[in-house]
Structures are given as structure tokens and as C-alpha cells.
Design a protein around this ligand. Structure first.
Ligand code: MG
Length: 160
């Protein structure tokens, strides 16, 4: 077994869609980023890469590379999973927390779990997503942006 953790934060800006865990969440602002700004998937990718000892998302998908401009972060996640499979690892479970003062995310959590379970190729019961505010404190509390944390466990797969 290998354990990994990831953290990411992005700033709100007016214009882009807000996408979290592969799900579009209706809101008056989105997240500023080179990709689609899916801060939850970015934290998850970092946790997966970290557990496998493969560095971080910025090293694999540099934001200086125009190939990743506006890219669907689910495509990045699926590439990370393919890379893990080559290395002989498969995710056992993932537990994540989104830190946002607003919007209210509870209605979208189940859809996020379905998206991420499909990309991770595991059952949805093994994918947990929580959302919390910080009671108005800090940059998330002031509504400047959204942060996300992820923890994952990888198991070694017998190579065929
Ligand atoms: Mg990011």
C-alpha cells in the first residue's frame, strides 16, 4: 500500500465556468487557471502522483504548455491513472475535502463522486467528498477562492 496527499487552491474570477470534481456548479464566478480550474481534481492528481512517488501535477502537465490550456481536468486525471497503471498501481480509495465559503456544494457531491469514481475506475463507495466552509476566516472565508485537499491509498497491482 502507498499513501498520498494533495492540496490545491485557485482564485475566483468572473468569466469561467465553475467546475469541481468534473461537475459544473452554477455560480457567478469560476476559478482562474490555465486548465478548467478544477481544484478538486488537481488536489486528487497530486495525491495520486505523490503516493506513487511520481512528483506532482505541475511536473506532468506544465501550465506553460499550450496543450493544456482550458483542458478538462478529468482528461488529466485519466492520464494520471494510466501512468499509475504502467507503474503497477491502482487506487484503493480516495477521501477529499473542498474548502469554500460559497456556493453551497452539497447538491453536487454525489455527481462529483460518480465522475471521479469512473475516472479512478473504482466503486463510488471508495470515493468520498466532503465540503466545508471556514466560517468566514481566511481566503476561502472571504470568498477569494476555493481550496481542496485529497488523500488516497494505492495498492500494488500484479503486473500481467
Ligand atoms: Mg490547480
Amino acid at each position: 500500500m502507498r499513501i498520498g496527499q494533495g492540496y490545491d487552491a485557485h482564485r475566483f474570477e468572473t468569466g469561467p465556468r465553475l467546475v469541481l470534481g468534473g461537475v459544473e456548479v452554477p455560480h457567478d464566478q469560476g476559478l482562474k487557471a490555465h486548465s478548467d480550474g478544477d481544484v478538486l481534481i488537481h488536489a486528487l492528481c497530486d495525491a495520486l502522483l505523490g503516493a506513487a512517488g511520481l512528483g506532482d501535477i505541475g511536473g506532468h502537465f506544465p501550465d506553460s504548455d499550450p496543450a493544456y490550456a482550458g483542458i478538462d481536468s478529468r482528461a488529466l486525471l485519466r492520464q494520471v491513472i494510466e501512468r499509475l497503471q504502467v507503474e503497477g498501481f491502482a487506487p484503493a480509495n480516495a477521501d477529499m475535502t473542498i474548502v469554500a465559503q460559497r456556493p453551497r456544494l452539497a447538491p453536487y457531491i454525489d455527481a462529483m463522486r460518480d465522475c471521479l469514481a469512473a475516472d479512478l475506475q473504482i466503486e463510488r463507495q471508495r470515493v468520498n467528498i466532503k465540503a466545508t466552509t471556514t466560517e468566514g476566516m481566511g481566503f476561502t472565508g472571504r470568498g477569494e477562492g476555493i481550496a481542496a485537499m485529497a488523500a488516497v491509498l494505492l495498492q500494488e497491482q500484479p503486473l500481467e
